[in-house]
Write a protein that binds this ligand. Structure first.
Ligand SMILES: NC(=O)C1=CN([C@@H]2O[C@H](COP(=O)(O)OP(=O)(O)OC[C@H]3O[C@@H](n4cnc5c(N)ncnc54)[C@H](OP(=O)(O)O)[C@@H]3O)[C@@H](O)[C@H]2O)C=CC1
Ligand SMILES: CC(C)(CO)C(=O)C(=O)O
Length: 305
């Protein structure tokens, strides 16, 4: 099986690194990295160094390139770029894909599969989400600092049984991996927790603990979660009845000093995933004909920054 990880940041670097180590000498499976710039140069020279709280390992994938054509057609393509790069990368991804390529977005967000679908890339559309906290510490070096490192993926419109061999490759590749027939449910379950937390922590430039310990901001998170819940319901996503309470508890289970990736990006003056985390809810609600007044207000405020 030929597997390409596109985007070697915190997410792509951790999961790609694990797979590349596991299959470094395999005659059957081949891992390639699509990355760019100084990061790519360092990985080519020295391999990708991945440090976790328990170990450090160095991954040497079979191919490291910034050119989809150089990598060529693969059987599995993981999209591990930020939401704002997904469409542009999807447009460039065609040389990597054939009709049976599994196309798997791993980023935060509930519209990633729609974005890929619109680009009409050949392949079988999946969706996915990951529970991890990781980042590029320096070119060629990934640091994983939190999360249980679980990857959950599933086909959007295909039979799950066809994909058991892929599941085996992922599990034998050292990934804590779940292949689910209910990928929408998994993706929305993550989103209903992460989108409100990203929105409020960014608006207030505050940590998880600061936001959740003050009634005003905690209520804001709660009300945003309720708006996501009503949107999910309207789209036929069967979230459990206590999803808001469970999601709030999930947010509370993080160390209080946790900062969301969107707040960190905003505070550093970098591009943010505002459209992925917040704008998408406003657009999907409009399409579904439902009202999300608090999301609209927060979106407007963040757009004006
Ligand atoms: N990091 C985390 O802990 C978690 C992240 N996520 C989500 O996962 C997604 C990825 O996040 P993360 O890994 O942090 O992102 P990063 O910014 O760390 O990494 C993305 C990488 O993709 C590269 N890239 C973008 N476009 C291309 C391209 N066309 N060709 C080659 N490389 C490209 C970027 O390169 P360059 O720097 O040159 O732009 C960057 O190195 C996001 O949606 C995020 O919200 C979800 C859970 C946890
Ligand atoms: C869960 C968390 C906080 C881990 O980095 C995250 O996914 C994000 O900030 O985008």
């Amino acid at each position: 099986m030929r597997i390409c990880i596109a985007g070697l940041g915190g997410v792509g670097g951790y999961f790609g690194g694990r797979l590349a180590v596991a299959y470094e000498t395999s005659a059957e499976h081949e891992i390639s990295f699509l990355c760019r710039g100084e990061h790519m140069n360092r990985i080519r020279e020295k391999g990708l160094v991945v440090t976790t709280p328990r170990e450090t390992f160095v991954a040497h994938p079979r191919v490291v390139s910034d050119s989809p054509a150089e990598i060529g057609c693969v059987d599995v393509l993981f999209f591990a770029v930020k939401g704002y790069d997904l469409q542009a990368f999807a447009k460039a991804a065609r040389p990597l894909c054939h009709n049976q390529t599994l196309l798997i977005p791993l980023g935060n967000g509930v519209d990633n599969a729609d974005i890929l679908c619109k680009e009409k890339i050949p392949g079988i559309l999946f969706n996915g989400c990951v529970y991890i906290s990781a980042f590029i510490a320096s070119p060629g070096e990934i640091r994983q600092v939190g999360g249980n490192c679980k990857m959950i993926v599933g086909p959007v419109n295909d039979h799950i049984e066809k994909h058991r061999s892929f599941e085996k490759v992922m599990k034998e590749g050292g990934i804590l991996f779940e292949l689910t027939p209910e990928i929408d449910l998994a993706v929305w379950t993550k989103f209903i927790f992460m989108s409100p937390m990203a929105a409020v922590t960014t608006l207030k430039r505050a940590s998880f603990g600061e936001v959740l310990s003050q009634k005003r901001t905690r209520d804001m998170v709660l009300n945003l979660m309720k708006e996501v819940e009503s949107l999910a319901q309207k789209r036929g996503i069967a979230l459990p009845g206590n999803i808001v309470e469970v999601s709030l508890e999930k947010a509370q289970s993080f160390p209080p000093e946790t900062r969301s990736s969107m707040e960190l990006d905003a505070s550093k003056g970098r591009p943010t995933e505002l459209e992925t985390f917040v704008g998408a809810v406003v657009r999907l609600a409009e399409d579904a004909g439902i009202s999300v007044p608090l999301y609209e207000k927060v979106y407007k405020a963040l757009l004006q920054e």
